[in-house]
Design a protein around this ligand. Structure first.
Ligand SMILES: CC(=O)SCCNC(=O)CCNC(=O)[C@H](O)C(C)(C)COP(=O)(O)OP(=O)(O)OC[C@H]1O[C@@H](n2cnc3c(N)ncnc32)[C@H](O)[C@@H]1OP(=O)(O)O
Ligand SMILES: O=C([O-])CC(=O)C(=O)O
Ligand SMILES: [Mg+2]
Length: 292
């Protein structure tokens, strides 16, 4: 069954109180952050704290990622080595700009897996694309290693490096977001949309999340618990969508038995692409447990 990655809730690795709060909101994934949410002076202690927590808290079936520091910083390699040793199996690599960045991480993971008797290739990578160069290399990044399961967009660093303001219209993100979803689709990996920093503006957040879904993202990074339920609502098929999809699939099955090709349901043409889209909605509904 499809692994759901509708929500990725960030939690600073320096905030132990939040370690216990995160699973309460039931995000599909949690990203413990060792990068920008952690002050320079706290990097080592936050990593130690996180490694302890990972080994003692039961996050049940929530998928755990750790955003390590980039490998070109003094903390990157040690972050990867320690969190993998502590049991983490998914790394979010920030500021990913080239396929070589991914290959470097993958080689490091080969070593760490060997040293710790962990199945080779079992640690997965999510590449965060947050610069114009990263956007232009999105497909090469997404296909750089079989370890890559998702690429994500980081609009705060993207607008910083492009030299523009981040606005509520999101016009300045249009080209990058489009490029990232296309690359993810070709590479057959998930595409995760960026965070929305204004936690008091839930309406703006919902609008941006709806746009992300329309564009083809699989989910969205969140920074606050209040954002999780909104993303789930938007990325989970509605009762109407499920009911219509089931009718399309049933009508197609009956048509097939009668040797018919194209048919109509509710006055609209139904052919192969429509049937396959209906099947995708049903798969998603089952994965989200809103349909048995
Ligand atoms: C551009 C980037 O790189 S984004 C990625 C890096 N950023 C992050 O990781 C930030 C993650 N989010 C946070 O740290 C916090 O949400 C903040 C700092 C933005 C706001 O925190 P607060 O002012 O405490 O928010 P608020 O008062 O609304 O919190 C309400 C409750 O939710 C908890 N909470 C808030 N955010 C989170 C979170 N991300 N995960 C788990 N619990 C959380 C708080 O601990 C608090 O719990 P309590 O009621 O038991 O005390
Ligand atoms: O990756 C993210 O979603 C957040 C981030 O670092 C950015 O926007 O720069
Ligand atoms: Mg960033």
């Amino acid at each position: 069954m499809k692994k759901l990655r509708r929500t990725m809730l960030f939690c600073p690795a320096s905030e132990p109180k939040m370690f216990f709060n995160t699973p309460i909101y039931n995000p599909d994934c949690i990203i413990f952050d060792l990068e920008d949410a952690v002050a320079y002076s706290e990097k080592d202690s936050a990593r130690d704290l996180l490694c302890e927590a990972i080994q003692s808290i039961d996050y049940k079936d929530i998928e755990i990622f750790v955003r390590v520091n980039p490998l070109y910083t003094e903390f990157g390699e040690i972050d990867v080595k320690e969190v993998v040793k502590a049991g983490v199996r998914n790394i979010r690599l920030p500021m990913c700009e080239t396929p070589e960045d991914v290959k470097r991480l993958s080689l490091l993971l080969d070593e760490v897996e060997k040293e710790n008797q962990i199945e080779l290739g079992s640690v997965k990578i999510q590449c965060a694309i947050e610069t114009p160069k990263g956007v232009l290399n999105a497909l090469a990044i997404a296909t750089a290693s079989p370890r890559v399961v998702a690429i994500s967009f980081g609009a705060e660093d993207f607008t910083r490096t492009l030299g523009v303001d981040r606005t509520k219209t999101a016009k300045e993100l249009t080209h990058a977001r489009a490029y990232i979803v296309l690359a993810a689709s070709v590479a057959n990996v998930d595409a995760i949309d960026t965070v929305w920093a204004d936690i008091s503006d839930i309406e703006g957040f919902k609008e941006e999340t709806r746009d992300a879904k329309i564009l083809g993202f699989s989910g969205k990074s969140c920074i606050h618990p209040s954002q999780v339920k909104e993303v789930h609502r938007i990325f989970t098929p509605t009762e109407n969508e499920i009911e219509k999809s089931l009718r399309i699939i049933q009508a197609a099955k009956e048509a097939e038995e009668k040797g018919l090709g194209v048919i109509t349901v509710d006055g609209k043409m139904v052919d192969k692409p429509v049937i396959q889209k209906a099947e995708r909605i049903i798969d998603l509904a089952k994965a989200a447990r809103v349909l048995k």
